[in-house]
Write a protein that binds this ligand. Sequence first.
Ligand SMILES: NC(=O)c1ccc[n+]([C@@H]2O[C@H](COP(=O)([O-])OP(=O)(O)OC[C@H]3O[C@@H](n4cnc5c(N)ncnc54)[C@H](OP(=O)(O)O)[C@@H]3O)[C@@H](O)[C@H]2O)c1
Length: 286
Amino acid sequence: MPAKILLCLDADPQPSVFDAVVAIDAGADHLLRHGGVTPADVQGLVHGAMFTRGPKELAHTAIFIGGSDITAAEALFREVPKAFFGPIRNSVLLDPNGANTTAAAAVLTAGKHVTWNGATAAIIGTGPVGRRVAKLLAAEGVDVRLASRSPAKAAKVGAEIDANLVSGWSSGHSELAKLLDGVQSVFAAGPAGVEVLPMEVLAAACSSAVGPQVAIDLNAAPPVGIGGVGSFDKGVLLHGCACYGALAVGGLKMKLHKRAIQELFTRNDALLDAAEVYALGKELVS
Ligand SMILES: NC(=O)c1ccc[n+]([C@@H]2O[C@H](COP(=O)([O-])OP(=O)(O)OC[C@H]3O[C@@H](n4cnc5c(N)ncnc54)[C@H](OP(=O)(O)O)[C@@H]3O)[C@@H](O)[C@H]2O)c1
């Protein structure tokens, strides 16, 4: 059996240590780690991976694109398939800053408590994780309220995701009660170290007949994103709402990250972005 080689492409000057450790734990035998990668570098690096082994061995070489700069990573991801020739290709996973695996884990976690089709969900924060949560939920037929400090920004981002299912809302503290009115789930996808949803607002929403049944916080750095929810809380019932802290969601995220790396080595034609990672996660939790 040929060694499993993972080509790691990262736009950051130093490729991610976190991603390297996960890849080794997921079974990769050798990592070829490249930092400071630009779109112009991609073709040469990918050709090195795809032309060195025979067709039957291509599934044993795969590509991971990570790093803290999500826009830069997405640009690298778009370049990779351009280097392939028909069946001469390698499987690729995009997970910059853990955004895809984190968003998928958050939606899968909340999905234990709600039936998505026809549901309404609120997402606070329009960063990479919030956007991906919105996209996954819209694909499930959820009416998504994407909230930003700038409602115009939320509306613009929402229209890019799915104009019929994602609408722009304000995440201002005085607007949060309105945001949560009638939603079955809420995701706090604000930045590290910022409380974006005070517990009294969540509690008041939960006291209504149609309040949130599940609340997911993605910020583990104190102060956490939802006041009163512990980072390790896993479905702790607060005011009748099942609350999850970021580190509880992080457990599933780690499993999913490893599962996605393992998937790469099962074939040579996988292109794993948020939706594909989410589909793998569904299998994992079923
Ligand atoms: N558990 C894990 O494995 C894991 C992995 C990745 C990320 N995370 C966490 O997931 C969360 C979201 O990640 P991300 O990369 O999407 O975050 P991010 O880009 O840092 O921020 C998310 C959004 O929060 C809003 N925001 C920024 N400053 C704010 C402030 N002072 N007050 C209120 N809102 C503010 C912004 O949206 P608006 O401008 O639209 O308001 C921003 O786009 C973060 O807390 C991150 O640490 C966890």
